[in-house]
Design a protein around this ligand. Structure first.
Ligand code: ADP
Length: 189
């Protein structure tokens, strides 16, 4: 079973690569960004709160995210496995995910760490032009990534998890092939 987490800075292409991987490998793909953007379209208390957070480029509280992921995993386990995209984004989320996966007997995750330089990120996000992609908000998200989210990688390193580092610059399909060949080298069934 493939238990994958795609990790990296905003704008690195996590969503694109996760979608391709999930199609090719028949995995359950869960993008927290897509899920949250969907919530913001609803006229509910939670939808309004989430919209406010996203528009400011800040993070949704850990307890909200942990519950969302726990439900998503419990209800959507496919035989082939899953790929999480956008979570965990804090060390507390990574710790919570360990517990969730343990309770579902789904240990031995592989972390796909997709990386590109800051200038490329800024360029890509400005081109993407989503409502949370103004220059000021992008800069804030990059700071949050460096100060908070990047610590997730240290946490996984300290815990001896398998991390595959992939260069996110290049042609989409080529990057995807690189990811798949690295997964195949590292998978334990
Ligand atoms: P990007 O691909 O640019 O990193 P995403 O689509 O993954 O953006 O996420 C968009 C926004 O959703 C984030 O800036 C953040 O506000 C919120 N978000 C997504 N995942 C999480 C998470 N795991 N914890 C907290 N907030 C999150």
């Amino acid at each position: 079973m493939y238990k994958l987490i795609i990790f990296g800075p905003p704008g690195v292409g996590k969503g694109t690569q996760a979608e391709l991987l999930s199609q090719k490998m028949n995995l359950f793909h869960f993008s927290t960004g897509n899920y949250l953007r969907d919530l913001t379209l609803r006229d509910t208390e939670l939808g309004k709160k989430v919209k406010n957070i996203l528009d400011r480029g800040e993070l949704v509280p850990d307890d909200v995210m942990n519950e969302i992921i726990s439900d998503a995993l419990r209800n959507n386990i496919k035989d082939k496995g899953f790929i999480l995209d956008g979570y965990p984004r804090t060390v507390n989320q990574a710790i919570a995910l360990d517990d969730i996966l343990k309770s579902l007997n789904l240990q031995d995750i592989i972390i796909i760490y997709l990386n590109v330089n800051d200038e490329e990120i800024l360029k890509r996000l400005l081109l993407r032009g989503r409502s949370d992609d103004s220059e000021e908000i992008i800069k804030k998200r990059l700071i949050i990534y460096k100060e908070t989210t990047s610590k997730v990688l240290d946490y996984y390193k300290e815990n001896g998890k398998k991390i595959i580092e992939i260069n996110g610059i290049g042609e989409i399909n080529e990057i995807n092939e690189n990811i798949i060949s690295e997964i195949m080298k590292n998978i334990k069934f």
